[in-house]
Ligand binder design. Structure first.
Ligand code: SF4
Ligand code: SF4
Length: 371
C-alpha cells in the first residue's frame, strides 16, 4: 500500500447552526476557543498541500457555509488543481450558494440525511426544520445540476429507517449513499448507550451486502465499517461469486476498510492534523509544520501504517490488510488505538488454530466450515 494523502477533510470552521446528537466536534453557533483561521492562512495551507500531493479536499465543519469566504477558499484550491468538495448539513443552501458552488469549481457536495422522515432526522439533528432544509438543498442541486452524495449516520435510535433512507436517497437522485455507524467522539460520547450492538451491526452489514450486490445506479458503501471488507470477501467466497465492487467517487473508501492516517486525514480548525474525523489525536499542526513532514514522519501515522503493531484479534487477523478495524473506535472505547476493533466478532484463523492445538475437545471441523 502506498501511503499517499488521497482525501483530506478540512474543518474550516467549528461553528454550526445545528447541534446534532452525534457531532464529532461538538459544534455550536459560537466556537469559543476555536476561532476560524483567516483566508490568508487557508490559502497557505492549500499551497502547502498542493506542493506535495493532489488529494480530494472536503471543506467541512461545523457548517462550512457559515464562513463568508468559503468559496474563496474553494476557488483557491481549484486553481491549484485540487479536487474541492464541500460537506454541508444543507440547511443554508440557497440559489446564491449554488452559484458559489459552481463558480468555485466545487466538484461534489455531501449532505447529511439521518432519517427518512422529518421527525427522525430533526430529532437526530436537534433542530425542527432541518429535514425540510436538506430537501430544499436537494431540490436546488437537482435543478442546478450540482452533483451530491448523501451521508447517513445511525444509532439504535434511527436504524429501523435504514432501508427506507436508502430508497429515498436513490429516488432523490444522489450519486452515492454512504451509511455510517457513529464512532463515539465529541457529542457522540454522550450517546454511547445508543451504539448499535455487534450482532445487529453484522445484520445491517449483511443487508448492505445484499443491496450493494444488486445495485447498479447508486454507489454505496458503509463508511468506517472496516470489517465490511472482510464480510464481502467471506460472502463472495461462500457464494462462489466474484463480486465486482464499483469505484466510489470522492469518498474515503478505497482499497481497505480503515484508511486513517494511511490515505486520509482531517485538518481541524486549529490546524491539527488528525488521522480521520473521529480520531481526536494530533499528528502535528499544519500552521507550524509542513504537511509533508507531518504526513511522512508523524509517529502516530507511522504506527497506524504498521499493521503488525495492531493488537489482539486485529493483530492476528488474516484480514488486517483489507480491514484493519476502526482505530478511532478502538481508541474511544479502550483508550488504545492499536487495540482490536470493539465491534468485530470475527476470530482470526491463527487464533482458532492455536485454540485447536491446545484444546482436545475443540470443534474438529475445518475452520472454514465452523459457524
Ligand atoms: S479482527 Fe480486526 S482486522 Fe480482522 S476482520 Fe475483525 S476488525 Fe478486521
Ligand atoms: S479510524 Fe478508520 S474506520 Fe474508524 S472512523 Fe476513522 S477512518 Fe473510519
Amino acid at each position: 500500500m502506498d501511503f499517499e494523502p488521497k482525501w483530506i477533510a478540512w474543518e474550516i470552521t467549528r461553528r454550526c447552526n445545528l447541534r446534532c446528537v452525534h457531532c464529532r466536534s461538538s459544534s455550536l453557533l459560537e466556537a469559543g476557543d476555536h476561532p476560524d483561521f483567516s483566508l490568508h492562512q487557508a490559502r497557505l495551507v492549500l499551497d502547502d498541500i498542493a506542493s506535495y500531493a493532489s488529494p480530494v479536499v472536503v471543506l467541512s465543519g461545523g457548517e462550512p457555509l457559515l464562513r463568508s469566504d468559503v468559496f474563496d477558499i474553494a476557488s483557491h484550491g481549484t486553481g491549484l488543481g485540487l479536487r474541492m468538495c464541500m460537506a454541508t448539513n444543507g440547511t443554508l443552501v440557497t440559489e446564491a450558494v449554488c452559484d458559489g458552488i459552481k463558480d468555485s469549481g466545487i466538484r461534489m457536495v455531501s449532505l447529511s440525511l439521518d432519517g427518512a422522515r422529518a421527525e427522525t432526522h430533526d430529532n437526530f439533528r436537534n433542530q425542527a426544520g432541518a429535514f425540510a432544509g436538506t430537501m430544499n438543498a436537494i431540490r436546488l442541486f437537482n435543478e442546478r445540476g450540482i452533483p451530491f452524495l448523501v451521508n447517513s449516520s445511525f444509532t439504535v435510535r434511527n436504524r429501523a429507517e435504514i432501508p427506507e433512507i436508502y430508497r429515498l436517497v436513490k429516488q432523490l437522485g444522489a450519486k452515492a449513499w454512504y451509511m455510517f455507524m457513529i464512532v463515539p467522539t465529541g457529542r457522540g460520547e454522550d450517546i454511547m448507550d445508543e451504539l448499535i450492538p455487534e450482532d445487529i451491526y453484522d445484520e445491517i452489514l449483511d443487508w448492505h451486502y445484499r443491496m450493494e450486490k444488486e445495485e447498479d445506479e447508486l454507489l454505496m458503501r458503509p463508511t468506517c465499517a472496516p470489517h465490511y471488507y472482510r464480510i464481502v470477501r467471506q460472502k463472495a467466497k461462500e457464494e462462489g461469486s466474484s463480486f465486482k465492487r464499483r469505484n466510489l467517487q470522492f469518498s474515503t473508501g478505497g482499497s481497505k476498510g480503515c484508511l486513517a492516517g494511511q490515505l486520509i486525514c482531517l485538518i481541524d480548525v486549529d490546524g491539527e492534523i488528525l488521522p480521520c474525523s473521529y480520531f481526536p489525536k494530533s499528528a502535528g499542526n499544519v500552521f507550524q509544520t509542513p504537511f509533508k513532514e507531518i504526513w511522512e514522519k508523524s509517529e502516530l501515522f507511522l504506527q497506524l501504517r504498521d499493521f503488525k503493531s495492531y493488537k489482539d484479534n486485529c493483530g492476528s487477523c488474516e484480514y488486517v490488510g483489507v480491514c484493519g478495524g476502526c482505530r478511532a473506535r478502538a481508541y474511544a472505547m479502550t483508550g488504545d488505538y492499536l487495540a482490536q476493533e470493539p465491534f468485530c466478532s470475527y476470530v482470526p484463523l491463527k487464533l482458532r488454530r492455536q485454540e485447536d492445538s491446545t484444546n482436545p475437545d475443540s470443534d474438529q471441523r475445518p475452520a472454514s466450515q465452523r459457524p
